[in-house]
Design a protein around this ligand. Sequence first.
Ligand code: PMP
Length: 354
Amino acid sequence: MSKFFSKKYAALTPYTPGEQPKEREYVKLNTNESPFPPPPSVVEAAAFEAGKLQLYSDPELLSLLEEAANCFGVKRSEIIATNGSDEVLEFAFMAFCDKKHPIVFPDVTYGFYSVFASLHAIPYDTIPLKEDFSVDYRDYVGIGKNIVIANPNAPTGLCLSLSEVEEIVKSNPKNVVIIDEAYVDFGGESCVPLIRKYDNLLVTQTFSKSRSLAGARLGLGFANEKLIADLNTLRYSTNPYNVNRMTMAAGVAALKEKRYYTAKCKEIAENRAYTAEELKKLGFEVLDSKANFLFAKTEKVSGETLYKRLKDKGVLVRHLRGERTEEYNRITIGTKEQMQIFLAKVKEVLEEEK
Ligand code: PMP
């Protein structure tokens, strides 16, 4: 730390992104990316804009918001577009939380929530997931604090139903409820339609997972237009050009490729079911994930050993340190071939560790 670093950040523990190793080719199942490239129309749209990079992007993001409004059946003024959904989540922490407006979230969830809270000096509480790793919606009913819940949750992949989400939103009318739907397209139920009914609901989605655009950085937030206006105040106060030209064009093109992405999500769901079955046959406990990853453990080998041994064998999964997650690994669902390699390597490790 330099002598110039502000004391207000001295105790900050930054978020640790999943490994992006360069030293060797891995079967990469550690950061929940899509195994499929974006369709040609998306690549072409981004490439076309690359020829115009001398110009700033449109700070109003008009064509993207128009297409998104069309796709999601809401108004343009009910959407914000950001540099990945991490950015809209951070804006929400900045806009709606402070010392008098703390936030709560599950004890096992997306690691960035506690980082955003610490970064912005926002008090936060965590609510333990149930023994089976599910969120008990009743823990959040009428809690009188801001709330953020990933639905499906990460790293568990477990979901709340739409009616459970609605109970949480309805019972906390004086607080903002953020539902992070990063993984919703793989089997969850979106609560975007509820933004018309509740003025305290913000729903976030990303193009990083189901739309194969993790490297482009594009996220969306959906809410009542007053909440969106607040978030835009922060966007215009930090970086009005937060979505670059290529990403905006890729996003518009992606929204027009519903058939392609629906087919790919179906394929991921099939590969997920196949992998879960095979892991269970090998003696793993596997949570009933509705996301593009599985969360699994076995008595036969520790979570950390399995992670390390798979890495030695060229397969990368995510091991998350922590009391409740220590024995598990989070395995991103890739192509059928990738999952077959993963399963073969798991079998080898189990044999070797006997
Ligand atoms: N929410 C959850 C639950 C996530 O797992 C991720 C991906 N790391 C994000 C949000 C952010 O994704 P992005 O910034 O790529 O949109």
